[in-house]
Design a protein around this ligand. Structure first.
Ligand code: UDP
Length: 471
């Protein structure tokens, strides 16, 4: 660091859900790597993880008020929620974090606070302390821009079926409409986010597209700083906040026994729980597609000792025996980064959570897209139509959250067809693979000296320094 430039003191407040926590802490380490004094405010078990994975970070530990919200002691991360009820309790618990965090910031005011947009109360706190606040939401700016456009067009909710994103730089048709209940919550948060001094985005300019960044900044008057991809910062899976049920070595030796580009990886992130009938169709679709696979199926709460009868509700009889050689089912948390980075991987059937999407991009892995909730239907458009690095499975049911029953089932035939489009070879698949590799290189370049994210980090640091030390 330039000796003339005094260290900036930054406090990061991540939201304790894997999709928010992991990328924001990686971004925090980017600031620390430039010599700044970075403190992450987190709960005891994630602090333990960060101590090992990111020793350059300072930590301020606050207890997670699980019991106060009616959750069992020891719960500290949102992925422990398996249904809407436990997710709501978890969210309530996170709101109790406000008191100890405010106290800490009042006693130790930083030069800037970087907070997840779910903690919208940080807005008032930063104003009181007269410090800049940068916001983070874990989405691509493409998705945020789409959400902002939909916000000004409430008529979108009064119909069903696909819709064209209004006032958007490109004609983009989304396969389903966001439920009003979900957008109302998000829009409230985005409304406060936009009052921040800028948005930190876990993406890189080349994947996002200049036209979307310019459109966002022009229409909102809000600055966006692209500093990612965060998953290239820590590189290992040590910072996940969940422990893999299968050891990395075991998973690696299974993958090592497979041919290059022969395996389909199926995982729907940390929050999505499909009903049995959908899992059954996935199993049949994978068998019909006839390629190797690693399929992550979250363990069901209270069903750790599942009977044969219960299992046959979601897994066809004899499935495991028939696929003992070529298929692997992981019941619980999987070492996703390791799997995506392995040469045996052919494609990723994903819910298009933004982290999973970026992890696939940085691994150069083409995607079969299956959005479920939140920002995922927009991410699907960026991956397929805009960047051409994936194909759709044909999901058209947009849920409030990833849990609960659904009206529609994605059929085994649609799953087979989409997987085969990428895995059976041919010109289309080759072209998609080529583009996926191209974006992998661009992702790596972005973080290197002179790359777009590297330059943006310098710019945001200069911006914050100017704010602190006005001439
Ligand atoms: N993840 C993982 N193993 C799993 C499931 C998820 O490592 O079995 C990680 C994944 O690599 C990603 C994060 O959890 O970093 C999920 O974030 P994403 O934005 O993709 O989806 P969300 O969970 O927020 O829906």
């Amino acid at each position: 660091m330039d000796p003339e430039q005094r260290q900036l003191k930054l406090h990061f407040i991540p939201y304790p859900a894997p999709g928010h926590l992991i990328p924001l802490c990686s971004i925090a380490t980017l600031f620390a790597a430039r010599g700044h004094h970075v403190t992450v405010i987190t709960t005891p078990s994630y602090a333990q993880i960060l101590r090992k994975s990111s020793p350059s970070l300072h930590l301020h530990v606050v207890d997670f008020p699980a019991r106060e919200a009616g959750l069992p002691d020891g719960v500290e991360i949102m992925s422990a929620s398996t249904d809407l009820e436990s997710a709501s309790k978890f969210h309530r618990a996170t709101m109790f974090l406000r008191v100890p965090i405010v106290r800490f910031l009042e006693q130790h005011p930083p030069d800037c606070v970087v907070a997840d947009f779910v903690f919208s109360w940080v807005h008032d706190l930063a104003n009181t302390l007269r410090i800049p606040r940068l916001a983070f939401n874990g989405f691509s700016l493409f998705a945020v821009t789409a959400m902002e456009s939909v916000k000004s067009h409430p008529e979108i909710h009064s119909d069903t079926g696909p819709f064209v994103i209004p006032d958007f730089p490109q004609h983009i048709t989304v396969s389903s409409r966001p439920p009003k209940t979900a957008t109302a919550f998000l829009e409230r948060l985005l409304g406060t986010e936009i009052k921040s001094d800028g948005l930190i985005v876990n993406n890189f300019v080349e994947l996002e597209g200049e036209e979307y960044i310019q459109h966002y900044e022009k229409t909102s008057g809000h600055k966006a700083w692209h500093l990612g991809p965060a998953c290239l910062v820590t590189k290992s899976g040590d910072d996940r906040g969940e422990k893999s049920v299968m050891s990395e070595n075991e998973c690696l030796s299974w993958m090592n026994s497979k041919q290059a580009k022969s395996v389909v990886y199926v995982c729907f992130g940390s929050m999505c729980r499909f009903p049995d009938k959908q899992l059954y169709e996935i199993a049949c679709g994978l068998e019909q597609a006839a390629h190797g696979f690693v399929w992550v199926v979250p363990e069901k709460k209270g069903k750790e000792n599942e009977s044969e009868e219960e299992k046959e509700k979601w897994l066809p009889k004899g499935f495991e025996e028939r696929n003992a050689e070529g298929g692997l089912i992981i019941r619980g948390w999987a070492p996703q980064l390791l799997i995506l980075g392995h040469a045996a991987l052919g494609c990723f059937l994903t819910h298009c959570g933004w982290n999973s999407t970026l992890e696939a991009v940085t691994a150069g892995v083409p995607m079969v897209t299956w959005p479920v909730a939140g920002d995922q239907f927009y991410n699907e458009r960026l991956v397929t139509e805009v960047r051409g690095i994936g194909v759709e499975v044909g999901a058209t049911e947009w849920k409030d959250v990833g849990y609960g029953e659904r009206e529609k089932v994605v059929s085994r035939d649609s799953i087979e067809k989409a997987v085969r489009r990428l895995m059976d070879g041919g010109d289309e698949a080759e072209e998609i693979r080529r583009r996926a590799q191209e974006f992998r290189h661009k992702a790596m370049q972005a973080l290197q000296e002179g790359g777009s994210s590297h330059n943006n980090l310098s710019a945001v640091i200069a911006h914050l320094t100017r704010f602190r030390d006005p001439r």
